[in-house]
Design a protein around this ligand. Structure first.
Ligand code: SAH
Length: 218
């Protein structure tokens, strides 16, 4: 019997699908598009080669420059909470490896992502281009000021922990927009907060506790 042909580039496909089932669906993520995106995006291509075999494990991994790619479940959970839709425009602060941007890019219309470490920004930009993501735009700068030229955003995701939510990000949130951000001291456990804007009013909801690398300033 002939074996199944698994392209070299996707030798992790079955491991990835198992990861989605056991770590993501099992914990309650049920947005079909988020699940599809997590099944599709080759996470092992977003991390240093030396950690490739751990790419689908249930924890964050180092990506260099003291930064990390989040645990798969956290990426899925934060994406689901944002209620992404196909016509939406998203802003991410903290591109890191570009993995979260790729997951969003599978679902929304356009992703604008900002990274403060120039080397990471460049690597992520090249990686996303190589993988064919034409709807992601990267830039290297301190993300505190957001990206006013393209505001307002339906979705804003911050993947570094801030002591306080940067006001420009709140200002750049569209009506009915959703912003998710870890809030708290860098060395501690932070609260993952969801901010929604309705009729110019801001609502804040605490979702869960998380541990993220610090939001830095240039
Ligand atoms: N979303 C990333 C995870 C990144 S970790 C991924 O999917 O891989 C958080 C990232 O936020 C780090 O790369 C860090 O350098 C970046 N960061 C921290 N403060 C920032 C700021 N003020 N503006 C932009 N990026 C910032």
């Amino acid at each position: 019997m002939a074996g199944l042909f698994i392209p070299q580039s996707d030798k992790f496909e079955s491991i990835r699908h198992r990861m989605v089932k056991t770590q993501i669906v099992a914990r309650g993520v049920n947005n079909a598009e988020v699940i599809e995106a997590m099944k599709k995006v080759p996470r092992h291509l977003f991390i240093p080669k030396e950690y490739e075999d751990e790419a689908y494990n249930d924890y964050p991994l180092p990506i260099g420059h003291g930064q990390t790619i989040s645990q798969p479940y956290i990426v899925a959970y934060m994406t689901e909470v944002l209620k992404p839709g196909s016509k939406m425009k998203a802003l991410e602060i903290g591109t890191g490896s570009g993995y979260q941007a790729a997951i969003l890019a599978e679902i929304v219309n356009k992703v604008y992502t900002i990274e403060i470490v120039p080397e990471l920004a460049k690597e992520a930009d090249e990686r996303l281009k190589k993988l064919g993501y034409k709807n992601v735009i990267c830039k290297y700068v301190d993300g505190y000021q957001g990206w006013p030229e393209f505001a307002p955003f339906d979705i804003i995701i911050v993947t570094a922990a801030a002591e306080k939510i940067p006001q420009p990000l709140i200002d750049q949130l569209a009506e009915n927009g959703r912003l998710v951000i870890p809030v708290g001291a860098p060395s501690a456990v932070q609260e993952l907060q969801l901010i929604t804007k309705k009729k110019e009013k801001i609502e804040t909801k605490n979702l869960t506790f998380v541990r993220f690398v610090p939001f830095k300033r240039l």
